[in-house]
Design a protein around this ligand. Sequence first.
Ligand code: FAD
Length: 316
Amino acid sequence: MSKVLVLAEITNGAPAAATAEQLTAAAILGEPCAVVVGKDASKLAPALGKLGATTVYSAEVAGDELLVTPQVAALAAAARDSNASAVIVGSSPDAREAGARLAVRIGGAYQSDVIGLSKDGIVTQQAFGGAFTVTASGKGVQVISLREHSVEGSAPAAAGEVIKLDIASDSTPATKVLSREVATTASARPSLAAADIVVSGGRGLGSKEKFALMEELADTLGAALGASRAAVDAGYCEHNMQVGQTGTTVSPNLYIAVGISGAIQHLAGMQSSKTIVAINKDANSPIFDIADFGVVGDLFEVVPQFIEAVKARKNG
Ligand SMILES: Cc1cc2nc3c(=O)[nH]c(=O)nc-3n(C[C@H](O)[C@H](O)[C@H](O)COP(=O)(O)OP(=O)(O)OC[C@H]3O[C@@H](n4cnc5c(N)ncnc54)[C@H](O)[C@@H]3O)c2cc1C
């Protein structure tokens, strides 16, 4: 069975949830292996083994504040050593950059916005801002950027045998990140891109004060909070909450659009969600064309009742 590499993402010293999903996806295509880069990279091998990695290629690199050059060098070295048939990276900006650079370096086929894959290497991708869903295969080594919540289940635990990579001569970063500014106050809510449930509010909320209703809905459901661009532009919420073509792309199990009309640019960022619920007072809003469940009504009447019903169910 050919090896399939996964670029492990580390959050708070442990593999990120997305990495578990990517190893599950790798197990569909072949033998899942992880590539991990950073300080004490090989210490993560047991955790990655539990998630299904038979082999963990570790590149010890001093410092975490580096751009993607070391990841690309490590992936290229591991792909060469393992004769891998495919490489899977995440869908964050850094992971996508690493994947695209790797594909150029090794002459592989870069496949972005992948939302499904099968064992024969055929992938399902969203293209042109989500206007089309295409199936494709790649020539040579496939480098796949996988959207979160695209693959279900988990890979069986494996040995996580460590192979150290020496990328010292190949990984000098051209740039070093000196600091990262977080554009907003830290939130206890899950991150938009990774959340299982996303609730988003649009211009229909009417004001920043009324947008607080969306915060209450998000917190009742344990969801991430998003918004349409119109809501962001109107100052109801922070820019980093924007979902859509020029915002974050999300693919949660449940997406609830409240007071959002469903413009193509918004749909581009959320239409691969598994279940879509729309609440809108206009029955002709295009959001209802893609919604699995729709409520036609005034959001200020519907959402408070919805919150009460969820709370009652939680307490009951
Ligand atoms: C280049 C470009 C990029 C863009 N990128 C993005 C992007 O990334 N993300 C994005 O979202 N948009 C993007 N847009 C903007 C997009 O075209 C729309 O303008 C925007 O999505 C509309 O946001 P909205 O649905 O909140 O507002 P509207 O279109 O104004 O819709 C508001 C909705 O709220 C409903 N409503 C009003 N009051 C109530 C109530 N009391 N109860 C229930 N429903 C109510 C209305 O019926 C209406 O359907 C982009 C546009 C361009 C040109």
